[in-house]
Design a protein around this ligand. Sequence first.
Ligand code: PLP
Length: 389
Amino acid sequence: MNTPAQPFLPFALPDIGEDEIAEVVDTLRGGWITTGRKVQRFELSFAEFLGDPSLHCIAVNSATAGLHLSLEALGIGPGDEVITTTHTFTATAEVVRYLGADVRLVDINPQTLNIDPKAVEMAITPRTKAIMPVHYAGLAADMKALHAIAHRHDLQLVEDAAHALPTSLNGRLVGTLPSASTVFSFYANKTITTGEGGMIVTADANLARRARMMQQHGMDRNAFERYSATMPSWYYEIIAPGYKYNLTDIAASLGLHQLRRAHAMAEQRAAIASRYEEAFADLPLLRPPKALPGDSHAWHLYVIRLTDDAPIGRDSFIKALFQKGIGCSVHYIPLHQHPYWRDRYALSAAQFPNSQDAFERMVSLPIFTRMADADVERVIQAVRQICQA
Ligand SMILES: *Cc1c(COP(=O)(O)O)cnc(C)c1O
């Protein structure tokens, strides 16, 4: 009776087209498979996508690497503090610890689920160096307030834009706001994917130069520049103990075509979100916050929160959905709940009431471009049945 009659509908699936596949094959046949021309093209295309060719775009092998390189380039180190949201994936915060600096986790706004600027301001100490907002689910954080705070206290902003391609606010795409650095993710389930990958975007030439150098072992020239110059050169210098964070041409081959389809795929996700929005209006749940008029939401995630009058709790809801053959997830188990973060900073749930309450009620439903109309309908019917049981 519990065996699903239909095939399992996963929580997410990548949308890889024939153009992506052909480009990868072209790269494989071409003889240069690591960082080369396709990565260069991907970086230039990314700046064009953001509408500002003067931006420095640095392709990396993950957003985690991009966040790490950004903070490193800003000189974050031991003794410094970086403020971020507790309601995120551990990658946002772990990079601060890589550098020996400390993380100050703060609570979220209960409506938007984004970092609360008032909580940020209260967490500032003389050691604070940077703020890392996350555009949760694809909805922009309150960047106006955060930029004002950063300006007032002379702090750097590094945006974790892993969910935010494409997200806009006040007519500008995330990536073009006046932050020190913005980092996108191309992980398998993100809005565009290269399997694994990420992009650092910055207007700061010095930050870009440092990140590029540290991405390649701290080397002053990369392999592609050395071996494909008209005058081959074996000579390079190591300037710092860098990292190995470069994206491959194989991955960039996917990214080039995913990026071309980014707006079309965003429209498909937005259409699913609006079907959910309408279908769930009468149910005992909070639907996700929408972007303000004129702004856009990337709809990486569609997160509902069960209210007190729902017939079952979140954990039972997820089990029931699974029994109906539908995958879902929870974004996120707040960082203050994880043993490492909890113990390192002696954190308790009571310090983060908004994040804790949201976590206990939340479920992320499938929202991906390969969902057929019938799949969306199936999710709608399943959620309605569970909520009306
Ligand atoms: C996915 C994700 C990351 C990490 O991205 P990777 O490319 O996998 O390193 C960081 N922050 C948030 C909010 C994410 O969702």
